[in-house]
Write a protein that binds this ligand. Structure first.
Ligand SMILES: Cc1ncc(COP(=O)(O)O)c(C=O)c1O
Length: 412
């Protein structure tokens, strides 16, 4: 007979795999902002790099490419991605000097985010280590920990234009280190690395047998004549996995299209590549509609340069945000040469800051301005925050007025 006794209810807990996973960009401060919104307040959100809500829309021809191909996008496609899209990505890679790579070495994903998680899941055994910049784009740290690995954060040096500190990198290499991540142009610092820095990283990778992960999603968002160099173009004897996508340069974050490219020494990574392909197959394919947009985006000139050139929108916004931040007593920041963020330093003594999350909670509560604390980017001290400079100049002035007001008498 079936036992119909009602069992006492047990809590449903998250898995132990998530124990060391932290993603504070969307953590308690955002929850507080959402509570305030639900209570009827308007919140000025300078917390995530999402171009569309600030009126930074994609070109019409890109949206048209999706509309034109909707019929063709109904079925599953190849796990690695649409061939025509991968051909366009390959041509783009060749133009940027990638070494020893083919159409077959590209995997398209639902945004770079999905591919970061796949790349770490396929690579790491429990206890394996990844060198990750500090500050970082925190999904990399979260994905490393989700995969059972350990993120070893290497210092990027604010006094040296936020370049990676090579001695610190080397001091954090152990027998368990599998790879090194380079985010260039960098989120959150806006740093764009020079050739010498990138070459030095390849030398470390060669010496210590590391696979290089290059997150280059901001490669076209550059200011003041900065040039971007793909680390995959520098040598052919190291394995490099490069990530890029449509979210930022093409302002299509909601389409969820990104790709990774394997280049350089692929022979020693044969088994890893099998793992990557296995994970790509397990999710059948990335969303098909957005894949039809990729060739249209990459094969033609696009308008991002018209936003980043002097006198144009992103350039002017970057200048206003940078200048206004540095005018606030107790704040200093480095001028970003790429991407869409400023990572500003706070005088912790002046404001007596012990806890930067509390600072951001106070800011959103008092001024209805949402920023992200530096420790959410795995920064080691409570003395930084990140600001997104996507809003128009008048909105940025409003944000700076609020921040100035807030900090005038702030003591924690
Ligand atoms: C450095 C970096 N990598 C990856 C991503 C995720 O991009 P996607 O929208 O393609 O998932 C972001 C998003 O902000 C980012 O800043």
């Amino acid at each position: 007979m079936v036992n119909r006794m009602i069992q006492p209810k047990k809590n449903i807990d998250k898995s132990r795999k998530l124990r060391h996973v932290c993603y504070d960009i969307r953590g308690p401060v955002l929850e507080k902002a959402n509570t305030l919104i639900a209570a009827g307040h308007d919140i000025l959100k300078l917390n995530i790099g999402n171009p569309a809500p600030f009126g930074l829309y994609a070109e019409t021809r890109l949206k048209q490419a999706l509309i034109d191909q909707l019929d063709a996008a109904q079925g599953y496609g190849e796990s690695k991605g649409l061939f025509a899209a991968r051909q366009a990505i390959h041509a783009h890679n060749m133009n940027h000097g990638f070494k020893n790579t083919s159409v077959d070495d590209i995997i398209i994903g639902n945004g770079v985010s999905e591919l970061i998680v796949m790349a770490m899941q396929a690579l790491l055994d429990d206890g394996d280590e990844m060198l990750i910049p500090m500050p970082d784009y925190p999904l990399w740290t979260a994905a490393t920990h989700l995969a059972g690995g350990l993120a070893r954060h290497y210092l990027c040096d604010e006094h040296n234009d936020w370049r990676p500190n090579l001695a610190d990198i080397e001091s954090k290499i152990s027998k368990k280190t599998k790879g090194i991540l380079v985010i260039n142009p960098n989120n959150p610092t806006g740093s764009v690395y020079d050739k010498d820095t990138l070459v030095a990283i390849t030398e470390l990778a060669r010496k210590h047998n590391l696979i290089i992960f290059a997150d280059e999603i901001y490669d076209k968002i550059l200011y003041d004549g900065a040039t971007h160099l793909s680390i995959a173009s520098l040598q052919d004897d190291l394995t490099v996995i490069t990530f890029n996508g449509l979210s930022k340069s093409y302002r299509l974050a909601g389409f969820r299209a990104g790709w990774l490219t394997i280049s350089g020494d692929k022979a020693r990574a044969t088994d890893y590549i099998v793992g990557l392909n296995m994970l790509a197959s397990m999710r059948l394919c990335a969303n098909m509609q957005a894949q039809f947009v990729i060739a249209e985006a990459l094969n033609h000139d696009h308008s991002i340069y018209q936003l980043t050139a002097p006198g144009n929108r992103l350039h002017e916004q970057r200048n206003v945000a940078y200048e206004r931040l540095n005018q606030i007593p107790g704040i200093t920041c480095t001028k970003p040469r790429g991407a869409i963020y400023l990572f500003a330093q706070l005088d912790t003594q002046r404001f007596n800051i012990q806890n930067d999350e509390q600072l951001m909670l106070d800011l959103v509560t008092q001024q209805k301005l949402l920023l992200v604390q530096g420790t959410a980017f795995n920064w080691h001290l409570p003395d930084h925050f990140r600001l997104v400079f996507l809003p128009s100049v008048p909105v940025l002035h409003d944000a700076m007025d609020r921040l100035t007001d807030f900090l005038k008498d702030y003591r924690q």
